[in-house]
Design a binder for this molecule. Structure first.
Ligand SMILES: NC(=O)c1ccc[n+]([C@@H]2O[C@H](COP(=O)([O-])OP(=O)(O)OC[C@H]3O[C@@H](n4cnc5c(N)ncnc54)[C@H](OP(=O)(O)O)[C@@H]3O)[C@@H](O)[C@H]2O)c1
Length: 213
């Protein structure tokens, strides 16, 4: 299976690439620029330039041939205009490019409360609104989709154990465990065409995903 990871140089994206490679998948690592190309190549992934705010045709080319796309990209600047450019418009371009490229399966790293931004932290409301818009496009697309909505991300070492659910109380989860959920979702059919919250917890990832119904 060829999986393209968008935002592969990011803190969560890099864990996703590492985990996919460990499981023997072919991985294309989509990078905004070639900056961390050597690091993803060292994991055995093939680096490609894939700026989700750039030309749509270039993005189609970057995704062509992929069985799966996992979008972990997010704006590095919290300014609403940057957030709208990357987390809303860029994420929508990536979805449209995946459709054009004939990709079957698409996973998007969203955020807890993106499905109800008014209930989320006011400090990140512009991010939640941007993700709400792109998440809605994904749900209406022709792709088999999954929306993973983590709480506040941490760089703690992953435990391999999480809590998932439709709407959980505000909480935190490590980037490593979120990566494990994204990769685990590829082999759990119950995650197809649905979104769910993820927090740190005490249930092994595969068991949590299998109980998602
Ligand atoms: N922080 C939280 O608590 C939290 C909570 C819930 C959800 N999230 C979401 O989870 C995702 C991952 O978060 P993170 O903290 O692990 O991310 P991160 O380390 O900030 O990495 C973000 C990645 O997105 C890439 N990116 C930015 N603009 C791009 C563009 N135009 N085209 C392609 N890639 C682009 C960055 O590339 P460069 O390396 O080139 O900058 C980087 O690889 C984000 O979508 C974020 O909104 C975050």
């Amino acid at each position: 299976m060829l999986v393209t990871v968008l935002g592969a140089s990011g803190r969560t994206g890099f864990h996703v690439v590492r985990l996919l490679r460990r499981q023997g998948h072919d991985v294309r690592a989509g990078l905004r620029s070639q900056g961390r190309g050597e690091q993803v190549a060292a994991l055995g992934a093939v680096p490609v330039v894939a700026d989700i705010t750039a030309d749509a045709d270039d993005l189609v080319e970057a995704l062509a041939g992929s069985d799966v796309v996992i979008n972990t990209a997010g704006a590095s600047d919290p300014d609403p205009s940057a957030v709208n450019l990357v987390d809303r418009d860029g994420a929508i371009s990536a979805i449209r490019a995946a459709e054009k490229a004939g990709v079957a399966r698409y996973l998007q790293l969203s955020a807890q409360f993106a499905d109800s931004p008014d209930q989320g932290d006011r400090l990140v409301r512009s991010i939640l609104l941007a993700k709400q818009a792109s998440d809605a496009i994904l749900q209406r697309s022709s792709l088999t989709w999954t929306l993973v909505r983590p709480g506040t991300l941490t760089d703690d070492v992953g435990t391999g154990r999480v809590k998932v659910g439709n709407h959980l109380e505000p909480g935190r989860v490590s980037r490593q465990d979120v990566a494990a959920v994204l990769v685990g979702a590829l082999t759990e059919q119950l995650t197809e065409n649905r979104g769910f919250d993820v927090l740190g917890g005490d249930v092994p990832v595969s068991v949590a995903l299998a109980g998602i119904g």
